[in-house]
Design a protein around this ligand. Structure first.
Ligand code: UN1
Length: 496
């Protein structure tokens, strides 16, 4: 079957990997459908991209921020026009259903319009000096060449969360998209260029982590790394970046809890749990993977939930009526299988699913049956470790205090949800849940681009994307202007 061949984008030119190596990007719903051939890049390609980004940094940082922002605004407009085509490309390479890939493109559109406004802000501060006739202020400066390493689960949204704030701040970029979903990054960067982005300001290097990601992290010409992916790889990124003192923004795993109290609107909690656990086939870092049920509603919730899970339609996300797409690749299927085994060994009760789907329409792809475990104890690995698949655990508790304790008892801290009508408990949970995001009466997924995004504990290293991303992509300069025409010595000549 004919398919397109893509190259790296370096200094505005399309170049093959120096080694000549390539790999195929397959549709996870149908492996006979080849999305494209992409370069399997290595350190020599990364070095070329860094040189290109260094060259364009000079002019780009001097191009006025409001003008940089106008390119982003235009990008948002073009993405609106191209939304359907890009959503289809994304479902083909990543698997999630069309409604969700449209949402992914929409998130990039939202990000474009939000960040475009930042071009006329990028505020610093003015402050009084301790000395007379002296002016003091702080300014945001670009960091330089930045390396962006992005995951496959939000193939356009997450690249936009990193590229747009990096660009408006005056940085030049090298993006290494996940090898499962490079086409969506091409579509995004092509749109930036069509909107007027000068060549070499964004460079794309496609390849695998050890060959293309690691050299980007280690390159002394790269001034900062923004990474989204697993905690395991994030830790390696941080360790390797430390050798050249690079700031690193890490956005990693989750084991997100939805708590349902006895007084909750049960139908609403069921809708939320279904969407939170099985939207994106459970492959979101914000996915609901633990549902904490208060004793009074546990039996009813469990019965209704399992009935609804069994009705979910799994299949090719390009087809109408499909609610749950495939997992992205064979490795993710293996992880889901592994955790089913672990849960069974630990004594959890499998209520539905628990196996790959391989027959008939499923035979060409990587599908896994939506899976629910009950009788899960908070200490079990299935309750503590990230699966990143359509597998959810039901955990029962008696008191509200216990629910908070269980929710907090893990290493991750990204998203949390509480279903209740009790305003006092809602505010207590907002205060006490250890997570970067807390929802009341809404699922754990669905963050909006203009709020801080990120988490605590093993989920992140203190940075936030969304509203606060500019903080990572700029560095502060303090400026003092003395108009007294004499030497004034700070801390010494202060008027008493
Ligand atoms: C992710 O899974 O890495 O809040 C990001 C959400 C989406 C973003 C998820 N807006 O679920």
């Amino acid at each position: 079957m004919a398919y397109s061949s893509y190259k790296n984008l370096i200094g505005g030119e399309w170049l093959p990997a120096k080694s000549g190596k390539t790999f195929l990007n397959l549709n996870p719903a149908d492996h006979s459908d080849i999305v494209g051939e992409f370069p399997a890049s290595g350190p020599e390609d990364v070095a070329l991209a860094v040189a290109a980004a260094q060259k364009t940094f000079g002019p780009w940082r001097l191009f006025p921020a409001p003008k940089r922002a106008e390119i982003l605004y235009r990008t948002g407009q073009l993405l609106q026009e191209r939304k359907e085509q890009y959503a289809r490309d994304m479902t083909r390479e990543m698997g999630k259903v069309l409604a969700e890939t449209r949402g992914d493109v929409q998130e990039a559109i939202d990000e474009a319009f939000f960040v475009a406004g930042e071009g006329r802000r990028l505020f610093g501060k003015t402050t009084p000096s301790e000395l007379q006739n002296k002016f003091a202020m702080s300014m945001r400066m670009p960091v330089g060449v930045v390396g962006l390493i992005t995951p496959w689960n939000f193939p356009m949204a997450i690249p936009s969360w990193k590229l747009f704030p990096a660009l408006v701040s005056g940085n030049t970029c090298i993006i290494k998209p996940a090898e499962d979903t490079p086409l969506s990054t091409y579509n995004l960067v092509q749109t930036l260029m069509d909107a007027g982005l000068p060549p070499g300001v964004v460079n794309i290097v496609v390849g695998f982590g050890p060959d293309a990601g690691a050299p980007l992290v280690e390159h002394s010409g790269v001034r900062a790394i923004s990474f989204t992916g697993s905690s395991e790889i994030g830790s390696l990124v941080a360790q390797r970046a430390a050798a050249t003192f690079k700031p690193v923004s890490l956005e990693m795993g989750g084991k997100n809890a939805q708590i349902v109290l006895d007084d909750a609107n049960l139908d609403l909690a069921l809708d939320g749990a279904l969407w939170g656990a099985f939207g994106t086939t459970g492959q979101r870092c914000t996915a609901t993977s633990r549902i904490l049920l208060q004793k009074g509603i546990a039996a009813e919730f469990t019965a209704k939930f399992v009935a609804r899970v069994q009705k979910l339609t799994v299949g090719n996300g390009l087809q109408d009526g499909i609610e749950v797409g495939p997992q992205v690749n064979e490795q993710q299927i293996e992880t889901s299988k592994k955790y089913v085994e672990i849960a069974l060994t630990e004594g959890a009760r499998l209520l539905t699913g628990g196996h790959p789907l391989t027959e008939g329409p499923y035979s060409k792809g990587t599908f896994f049956a939506p899976t629910v475990f009950a009788g899960v104890a908070p200490s079990m690995r299935i309750a503590r470790e990230e699966v990143f698949g359509p597998v959810v655990s039901l955990i029962e508790f008696e008191t509200f205090g216990q629910a908070i304790e269980i929710a907090n008892s893990i290493d991750y801290g990204l998203s949390t949800a509480l279903y209740t009508k009790d305003v006092n408990r809602a505010f207590t949970a907002i205060r006490d849940l250890e997570a970067g995001i807390t929802y009341i009466n809404a699922p754990t997924i669905g963050a909006e681009v203009h709020l801080p995004f990120g988490g605590v504990k093993h989920t992140g290293n203190g940075h936030r994307e969304g509203s606060e991303a500019i903080d990572f992509f700029t560095t502060w300069k303090a400026v003092y202007i003395d108009y007294s025409d004499k030497l004034q010595r700070a801390q010494i000549d202060n008027a008493e």
